[in-house]
Write a protein that binds this ligand. Structure first.
Ligand code: HPA
Length: 277
C-alpha cells in the first residue's frame, strides 16, 4: 500500500475518499498526525501530515521515526513524500516540480535510524526489521540509490503527460531549520552540487528505506533560495505557493496512484540483505 506524507501547505489529501482516521502509538512515540486511510481510484492509500494537521511540529521536531513506523503498521510498503523547497539551481523556477534522486544531509539533532544496537526497543513482528531490532543489531544500509527508481520513473511519466514544468533529477540538501538559510550557506550548497533545499527531507527517506519501503520525494519549488531572489523569505510565500499548486498535486497523485503497479519492480525491498554487522 502507498503512504503519502504531505508537507507544508498539504495537511489533507484532496481527492481522497476517507475510510477511517486512525490514532496510532508506536515504540518510537506518536506520529505527527492520525493516519488518514482512504481510497483513490479504488486503491487504498494512507495519508499523514508531516507537520501535524495544524502545522504544530517544526522541521527539527517532526517525529520522523514514529511517522514511518505508524505507516509500516498500517501496511505501507511505498512512501511518497511531498516537499516545499527553495530552488538553488538557477534553472529552477517557483512552481516547478523536482523528482529528487539524491540528498545531502546538513541536519544536526535528529534521530536518523531505527537500528540503535543495544538501545533498540523490542517490537512486535516476525519480519527482518523486527528481527534486527529485537536482536539489537547494528545495521548499515546502502543509500547509493536512496529514492525508488520505479516510483521516480512513474512520477516522471505523470508529470510529462500533464505537461507540467518539472525536472526528473535533483539533489536535495536538508538543513536543520527552522530558520531559512543565509546567502552564504546557499552559495556553499550550490557549489557542493545541491539543486534544492528543504528542512524535512532527511531522515524521512532513510528511515523508510531502513524499513525496506520504497520512497520517492516530489518537491515543489516554492521560492528562490536565500540570496538568489534578492528579497526576504517568508513562510507566507511558501504556503501560498503550495496552496496554488494544490490542484496540480492532487491530479499528479491520482494519476500516480493509478499507474503504480501492485507488485514492486525495484530492489528497495532487498536493502537489509547483508546490511547487519
Ligand atoms: N529553505 C529551506 N526550506 C524551504 C525553503 C528554503 O528556501 N523553501 C521552502 N522550504
Amino acid at each position: 500500500m502507498l503512504g503519502v506524507i504531505g508537507g507544508s501547505g498539504l495537511y489533507k489529501l484532496p481527492g481522497l475518499k476517507v475510510i477511517e482516521e486512525k490514532e496510532i502509538d508506536t515504540p518510537f512515540g506518536k506520529p505527527s498526525s492520525p493516519l488518514i486511510i482512504g481510497e483513490v481510484k479504488g486503491k487504498k492509500i494512507v495519508f499523514l501530515a508531516r507537520h501535524g494537521k495544524k502545522h504544530s511540529y517544526p522541521p527539527h521536531l517532526v517525529p520522523y521515526r514514529a511517522n514511518l513506523w505508524a505507516l509500516r503498521e498500517a501496511g505501507v510498503n511505498r512512501v511518497l513524500g511531498i516537499f516545499a523547497v527553495g530552488g538553488i539551481n538557477k534553472l529552477l523556477l517557483p512552481g516547478d516540480f523536482v523528482i529528487i534522486h539524491d540528498f545531502m544531509d546538513f541536519t544536526k539533532m535528529r534521530k536518523s535510524t531505527f537500528y540503535e544496537g543495544i538501545y533498540s526497543p523490542d517490537v512486535e513482528g516476525e519480519d527482518k526489521v523486527a528481527k534486527l531490532l529485537n536482536e539489537k543489531k547494528v545495521v548499515h544500509i546502502d543509500v547509493s540509490s536512496p529514492y525508488c527508481p520505479e516510483m521516480r520513473s512513474i512520477l516522471s511519466e505523470v508529470l510529462k503527460e500533464k505537461g507540467l514544468r518539472f525536472h526528473e533529477k535533483g539533489v536535495y540538501a536538508c538543513t536543520e531549520g527552522p530558520r531559512f538559510e543565509t546567502p552564504s550557506e546557499i552559495k556553499m550548497l550550490d557549489r557542493l552540487g545541491a539543486d534544492v533545499v528543504g528542512m524535512t527531507g532527511y531522515p524521512e527517506v532513510v528511515l523508510a528505506r531502513e524499513l525496506t519501503m520504497c520512497y520517492a520525494g516530489l518537491c515543489v519549488v516554492a521560492n528562490p533560495a536565500a540570496g538568489i531572489a534578492g528579497y526576504r523569505l517568508t513562510s507566507d510565500e511558501v504556503i501560498s505557493l503550495m496552496k496554488e499548486k494544490e490542484d496540480q498535486v492532487r491530479d499528479i497523485l491520482i494519476s500516480f496512484i493509478e499507474k503504480l503497479p501492485e507488485e514492486r519492480g525495484c530492489e528497495c525491498e532487498k536493502v537489509l540483505e547483508g546490511a547487519e554487522v
